[in-house]
Design a protein around this ligand. Structure first.
Ligand code: FAD
Ligand code: PHB
Length: 483
């Protein structure tokens, strides 16, 4: 006999999307039950993303889970792009009016979110089996599973959030779902090594033998990737071969710069794929993150996109479940897919430009990956088509919660203090001035009264927009990852 219970939102999957959703819902006063089929230890160890955009960092901070990220994350002003043995710096901070990227590994985000959910008494069930969802076109869909000790559960929900990644059970429940897919004729061999990175910022290198990426996890741990054929057996890549190949692909003309080597602690091969499923909602089932879309990691967009979905979904579910207003829920799929397609295009373009496609003919090679195009990106600081770097990373204002980490000048602090006391109406005006140190900007839009914390205002106090493609209002949505 199954144990029955009731919640507002049943969440499948304890990846970054599911965990952040359950946390944001709690902050918005909405109950959830989160069910994951892997163990907590497995979820906390799974190696994946490393690079976060400014919007993601701001989101995690403003949701109150950014303490360790602030202490341990490594902020970079930009990246290096390398081709034909030339290495060039692309400074995002200058190009985008202050946007940067931060290195903080996905397992760390997952650990932070799990710790917070458990500290808040959240219902998170790890190592569940037989996870199933039914009744998604009815008012009370059912989330069922068997817990670790073998007890069967049936949770009656208002809504189900499918945050169960690419191989999950939720997407197949949407009838007549359209799938748009591209598999690339290459994969990434990724390694983690106990070696201090030999670079201060990530290096994206296009070499005639294939792409290589130099990333990091800390000042003592490097993360590196090599383009390899799809399905490449790991046995083909003993450590010595990996280091030799990395050094070849990162070689800079006329320089003896080299990769710093160390003990390899993790090795894996990841296929490269673009995938978009639409719509992202059917009845009471909403998909978020990799459950609905995958981008090749070249553009470092997947986790950022997954968390953007979650902000839009948390806003929509609060409006629906706390205020019986389903407008944002109705707009959810279109709102997300608009950004998903732009990121899909960007990731496809970055991938095509930087990898060597063994199936490309001469025309493709000239069109997509000729050095002139990469030079344009560098010379134009992201001019067409690199302008996408601006469109996707640039946001005009930095919220107060995302002030720079170095000591702020007194005038800066004084202004901040005044600003935080302004009534909402005055705060609606955009304040932006340039200090000696850097542009000083405050967010436009309605501000909550009292201490500045965007999270309690997940949903705008105004009527939500009716247009199906407009991002929802609300500070988290606007200052997190929404356009
Ligand atoms: P997932 O992380 O896949 O989480 C889904 C969860 O659902 C998992 O815990 C899974 O176990 C669980 N689940 C699945 N099936 C079930 C079931 N039946 N029942 C219960 N639970 C289930 N993105 C970036 O933004 N920046 C980067 O630098 C970056 N680098 C990357 C590098 C690599 C090599 C890879 C592979 C990806 C990278 N990404 C990057 C992408 C990023 O890792 C993903 O987009 C992100 O994990 C998506 O999060 P998610 O929560 O949607 O899905
Ligand atoms: C990573 O650090 O794992 C990483 C960074 C940037 C990418 C992809 C992966 O584009």
């Amino acid at each position: 006999m199954a144990v029955t219970s009731r919640t507002q939102v049943g969440i499948v999957g304890a990846g970054p999307a599911g965990l952040l959703l359950s946390h944001l819902l709690t902050l918005a006063g909405i109950d959830s039950v989160l069910v994951e089929n892997r163990s907590r230890a497995y979820c906390e160890a799974r190696q994946r993303a490393g690079m976060l955009e400014t919007g993601t960092v701001e989101l995690l901070r403003s949701a109150g889970v950014g303490k360790r990220l602030d202490a341990e994350g490594i902020e970079h002003d930009g990246i290096y792009l390398q081709f034909a043995g030339e290495r060039h710096n692309l400074n995002f901070r200058e190009l985008t009016g202050g946007r940067t990227v931060t290195i903080y590994a996905q397992p760390e985000i997952v650990k932070d979110l799990i710790a917070r959910r458990l500290a808040d008494g959240g219902a998170v069930e790890f190592s569940a089996s037989d996870v199933a969802v039914s009744g998604i076109t009815e008012d009370r869909p059912l989330l069922s599973y068997t817990d670790e000790s073998g007890v069967a559960h049936q949770v009656s929900c208002d809504v189900i959030a499918g945050c169960d990644g690419f191989h999950g059970i939720c997407r197949p429940l949407i009838p007549d779902i359209s799938v748009y897919e591209r598999s690339y004729p290459f994969a990434w061999l990724g390694i983690l090594a106990d070696a201090a990175p030999a670079t201060d910022e990530l290096i994206y290198s296009r070499h005639e033998d294939g792409f290589a990426l130099y990333s990091m996890r800390s000042h003592a741990v490097s993360r590196l990737y090599l383009q390899v054929p799809p399905g490449e057996p790991l046995e083909n890549w003993p450590d010595d071969r990996i280091w030799a190949e990395l050094n070849r692909r990162f070689k800079v003309n006329g320089s003896d710069w080299s990769v710093s080597e160390g003990r390899i602690t993790d090795k894996s091969v990841t296929p490269m794929r673009s995938f978009v499923a639409a719509p992202m909602r059917h009845g009471r089932l909403f998909l978020a993150g990799d459950a609905a879309h995958i981008v090749p990691p070249t553009g470092a967009k997947g986790l950022n996109l997954a968390l953007s979905d979650v902000v839009v979904l948390a806003n929509a579910l609060r409006a629906a479940l706390a205020h019986a207003d389903w407008d944002l829920a109705d707009a959810y799929s279109d709102t997300c897919l608009d950004r998903v397609w732009r990121a899909t295009h960007f990731s496809w373009w970055m991938t095509s430009m930087l990898h060597v496609n063994p199936e490309a003919d001469g025309f493709d090679r000239q069109l997509i990956a000729q050095p002139a195009q990469i030079r344009d990106v560098i010379a134009g600081g992201g001019a067409f088509p690199g302008r996408e770097l601006h469109r996707l990373q640039a946001r005009p204002l930095r919220p107060v919660t995302a002030l720079p980490r170095w000591p702020r000048p007194p005038a800066y602090r004084a202004l901040e203090a005044v600003f935080s006391r302004l009534p909402p109406a005055a705060g609606d005006r955009r304040l932006s001035l340039v200090t000696r140190h850097r542009p000083l900007c405050f967010p436009a839009g309605p501000r909550p009264t009292g201490r500045w914390s965007p999270v309690p205002s997940l949903v705008a106090r105004h009527k939500p927009p009716r247009s199906s493609v407009q991002a929802p209002a609300g500070p988290l949505a606007r200052e997190g990852l929404a356009r």
